[in-house]
Design a protein around this ligand. Structure first.
Ligand SMILES: C[S@@+](CC[C@H](N)C(=O)[O-])C[C@H]1O[C@@H](n2cnc3c(N)ncnc32)[C@H](O)[C@@H]1O
Ligand code: SF4
Length: 374
């Protein structure tokens, strides 16, 4: 097949998948119409939106037992107070978004199984025919609850597993053991089989670092042997948080010191194989730890057009990379989401990304963001 023809066939394939996803009958006509309007608005870069977000991330708790070495939660950073979302507040949010949400992720920063009502929460969402997703380290999940989890109707479960051996696993996730997590994955696969259930779709989330890059090529076979899928991702060094201390106050450090710290993180964590490293980090590495000019866009981001992140305390974040309470754009316990969604901060964020920033715009996270989680 010639190259232009192959490209056209690929585009048609993407369009067909997008259309199938948009019009999946399980969502009902209201949500489908909302999704079609949302896509159109994002495409033309509108900043006042008639459609509501199709993806809602609800951080049921930001407490965590993980201690992952590159995660701000694991590092003990205190971007906001810690806690769990109260059940009645959770139900009110789900009621509010049911008319348009197609996907609900019950996690953001923190470990979802540390919420005591996580199973009720999953059931509450799936009962509304909303696709439900969790990402977890599985530490707080108990093998004896495997069937209960399958029965909740959870659609998708990502298991964070950043190594295929005890040594590489603990290089990033030092508080627990590789075998312990694998036993839990096996228990879930068995429970699915016993109940004859297609869901949850389980996959291993594997972030490639210098400690595990030698195992990345074995991941497909390993996942297959367990009867699950996998997803390889590039790591985030969260360089944007380096100038701040644990309480997210500015540290007394100059640019030369920051450059040194960036290089040291890069030397320790980034894989040696360039194809596993984002172009942004390659640039920092190849320019002596210097960040590319602010405002330069490295990843096309449509997040403020199609999703919201709701923290356990009701605060709304523009993106999953937001880690500081000062970047909140409203609170759903005080203001309806619909109002926050078209409030001045959300609109300023969309204008920033669409390249139409106004002098009067209040500073928001997107103004200097090169892409997510960097
Ligand atoms: C912050 S965790 C919260 C959910 C849960 N505790 C977990 O570990 O899956 C959500 C996702 O962010 C990913 N994550 C955390 N730190 C990261 C980093 N430095 N780079 C890339 N992804 C990261 C995790 O692997 C996980 O897939
Ligand atoms: S990645 Fe998940 S498990 Fe690890 S510290 Fe962060 S929130 Fe906790």
């Amino acid at each position: 097949m010639t190259r232009p023809l192959a490209g056209a066939v690929r585009q048609l394939g993407h369009a067909a998948t997008a259309w199938r996803e948009l019009t999946d009958s399980r969502y009902g006509p209201g949500r489908v119409l909302n999704a079609v309007i949302a896509k159109t608005q994002a495409k033309i870069g509108m900043t006042y939106l008639f459609a509501m977000p199709g993806y809602i991330a609800i951080e049921v708790t930001n407490l965590c037992d993980g201690g992952c070495l590159l995660c701000p939660v694991g590092q003990g950073r205190r971007g906001r107070p810690f806690g769990r979302m109260p059940w009645d507040r959770f139900c009110r949010i789900v009621d509010e978004v049911t008319g348009y949400a197609r996907f609900v992720g019950l996690y953001n920063w923190g470990e979802p199984f540390l919420h005591l009502r996580i199973y009720d929460m999953i059931r509450h969402v799936t009962a509304r025919r909303i696709f439900t997703k969790l990402s977890s380290n599985l530490y707080a999940f108990r093998v004896e609850d495997a069937e209960e989890l399958v029965r909740t109707g959870l659609n998708d479960l990502a298991v964070s597993l950043h190594g295929l051996s005890e040594a590489s696993y603990r290089a990033y996730q030092p508080r627990h053991h590789f075998d312990e997590v694998i036993e839990k994955v096996k228990a879930l696969v068995v429970a699915k089989r016993r109940l004859g259930s297609q869901t949850p779709d389980i996959h291993l989330g594997f972030i490639v670092t210098r400690y595990n890059e030698h195992e990345a090529s074995a991941l497909p076979e390993f996942a297959d042997s367990l009867g699950v899928g996998y997803l390889l991702s590039e790591t985030s060094l969260n360089l944007r948080l380096l100038p701040y201390d644990r309480d997210m106050n500015r540290r007394d450090i100059d640019e030369a010191g920051l450059r040194e710290e960036r290089l040291s993180l890069i030397r320790q964590w980034l894989p040696q194989e360039d194809s596993y490293i984002s172009p942004y980090y390659r640039s920092v590495r190849d320019h002596g730890g210097e960040l590319p000019p602010a405002g330069q866009v490295w990843l096309k981001c449509l997040t403020p057009w199609n999703q919201v992140i709701i923290c356990w305390d009701g605060d709304v974040n523009l993106c999953c990379g937001s880690y500081d309470r000062r970047h909140s754009v409203g609170n759903v316990f005080e203001t309806p989401l619909r109002k926050i969604w078209n409030g001045p901060l959300y609109r300023a964020a969309r204008r920033a990304i669409a390249g139409r920033r106004r002098a009067s715009d209040i500073e928001v996270l997107c103004h200097e963001c090169p892409g997510m989680l960097l």
